[in-house]
Design a protein around this ligand. Structure first.
Ligand SMILES: [Ca+2]
Length: 175
């Protein structure tokens, strides 16, 4: 008769140590719902004057899973006209360096804002990725430091011309 073996205790301990170690060495994921599989959960959507473009979750394209975030803007830059998704990170280490990585695909031109800022609207402490048009999913990465209170906003803003662009699998980890 076959007897089912229990997982040895030392293996469980090792597993727990590895998980803890991962957190200690900065591989811990800090963003909530960075792949948009829970649609807009964890994200704050802000529409300023309309039409500021379209920013919404979509199942038309996905780098992984079923959903991504879709951007379209046919009007281009008009001061204070924009739509954005943002997520505030509040427990970062002041002075530490963090990496925001994400994947993008589609047609885009002009100066849009995909990156970080101190406030929720892109006025202060900004770092944005240089994003370009691509038929394939491309990986983008920026490095940033939080403000003196260990906080920073992730900001995904439709501000300039976008023919149709998708973003998926955002990730923030300590460097
Ligand atoms: Ca996804």
């Amino acid at each position: 008769m076959l007897k089912r073996k229990r997982t040895p205790g030392w293996l469980v301990m090792l597993w727990l140590l590895l998980i803890q170690g991962g957190a200690m060495f900065g591989s811990e994921e800090l963003l909530v719902n960075g792949g948009f599989e829970n649609r807009d959960q964890g994200w704050k959507k802000i529409c300023h004057f309309r039409p500021g473009g379209t920013v919404e979750t979509s199942s038309d394209e996905a780098h992984s899973g079923d959903y991504s975030l879709f951007f379209k803007n046919t009007t281009g830059v008009r001061e204070h006209y924009y739509e954005l998704f943002s997520q505030r990170l509040e427990k970062l280490e002041p002075g530490a360096t963090y990496i925001l990585a994400f994947w993008g695909k589609g047609e885009i031109s002009g100066k849009n804002r995909f990156g970080v800022c101190d406030d929720a609207y892109g006025n202060k402490g900004t770092v944005y990725a240089e994003v370009g048009s691509s038929d394939e999913w491309m990986r983008y990465e920026i490095r940033f430091k939080p403000d003196e209170n260990g906080q920073k906003n992730i900001i995904l803003m439709s501000r300039d011309l976008i023919e149709g662009f998708y973003i998926d699998d955002l990730s923030v980890t300590e460097e």
